[in-house]
Design a protein around this ligand. Structure first.
Ligand code: FE2
Length: 318
């Protein structure tokens, strides 16, 4: 009896702990609430609050760099030969090891193998390759770019995944089942994601597509957000991203440019801009490392972050 009670308490405590963590790590979604709230302008209010918050942070956080300025302007920046030859070899070796322990998702188009590298690092397993920790998890150059672009400190490491995606020959020409091949934006505020091509990637095996400049905050975009929130709340049951019914010009996304790249090309982009995963015209795999800084939008990142004062920045030579 006593044992049962203790087990019950433990379960409740564990649930409460999980709930608290979930709350602290939660990030704002693309839109909130139902049709009525969005009809009276909830999304306009949300978008304005996010933009106002960014402009306030910009007053205190003045550090900037070339890549963050390119992100500001185009929403995307591309680095060829991001890692050294040795680093890339090391990383390829480890990526192969990870693939053996990867999880197969249910999506058959494309067939997807995923490995969450951040969980491996978090659980204390040592990564053989120092490249992962040095370039993605510790205070890498990427952190500086993200901090300068978001105008805030990155206190939570990014989520990093090794992903291999592939189409069966019989499925070529069919749409992708996770709808990632449809033009969409992830959220109504600035947030950074990056893709490192592990193999040569072009229009035949799902090269990333992005509409340059579609990340910018404009009045047309605000109206687009409003219309999009109404359409999304009407179609709540589907996971589709219904940009199709809207004028893409409102999002400056009339044409999405393909971003092909050789192995070792890194693409950094603002997920507020319109993008999509390209089509698979062959059965060649698309192998990438996906780096997501989305957790910087959570309460946890704010709680952990000390306020940045210009004097402190000077002290650290920034
Ligand atoms: Fe996306």
């Amino acid at each position: 009896m006593e044992g049962c009670m203790l087990r019950g308490l433990k379960t409740k405590g564990y649930r409460a702990y999980n709930w608290l963590l979930h709350l602290l790590y939660a990030t704002p979604p693309r839109y909130r609430a139902g049709l009525f709230a969005n009809f009276i302008g909830l999304q306009i209010l949300r978008t304005l609050v996010f933009e106002f918050g960014y402009r306030l942070r910009k007053i205190a956080f003045r550090r900037t760099n070339i890549t963050s300025e390119a992100l500001e302007h185009d929403g995307i920046s591309v680095f060829e030969d991001f890692l050294s030859h040795e680093q890339m070899k090391e990383l390829e070796f480890e990526a192969t090891q990870f693939l053996d322990n990867s999880t197969v998702t249910t999506d058959a188009r494309p067939l997807t193998l995923t490995c969450n590298l951040h969980l491996i690092a978090k659980n204390g397993y040592r990564l053989v390759s120092k490249t992962f920790s040095r370039e993605f998890f510790e205070k890498s150059g990427l952190y500086d770019i993200v901090e300068c672009f978001l105008k805030k400190r990155v206190r939570i490491p990014p989520r990093v995944y090794f992903i291999k995606q592939q189409y069966h020959t019989k499925d070529l020409g069919l749409p992708q089942q996770d709808y990632q091949d449809e033009p969409h934006f992830d959220i109504p505020f600035r947030s950074v994601k990056a893709i490192l091509y592990i193999g040569d990637t072009d229009d035949s095996n799902g090269a990333f597509n992005y509409a340059r400049g579609s990340n910018r905050f404009t009045l047309q975009r605000l109206l687009g957000e409003y219309l999009h929130s109404i359409m999304s709340s009407k179609n709540k049951k589907t996971h589709r991203n219904p940009l199709q019914g809207l004028k893409l010009s409102r999002f400056r996304a009339e044409s999405l440019g393909s971003v092909p790249g050789k192995k070792n090309t890194l693409i950094i982009f603002d997920a507020r801009g319109v993008h999509r995963r390209g089509d698979f015209k062959t059965d060649h795999p698309r192998e990438t490392i996906f780096i997501d800084f989305r957790d910087t939008d959570s309460w946890m990142n704010s709680i952990m972050a000390a306020p940045i004062m210009p004097r402190q920045l000077k002290k650290f030579g920034r």
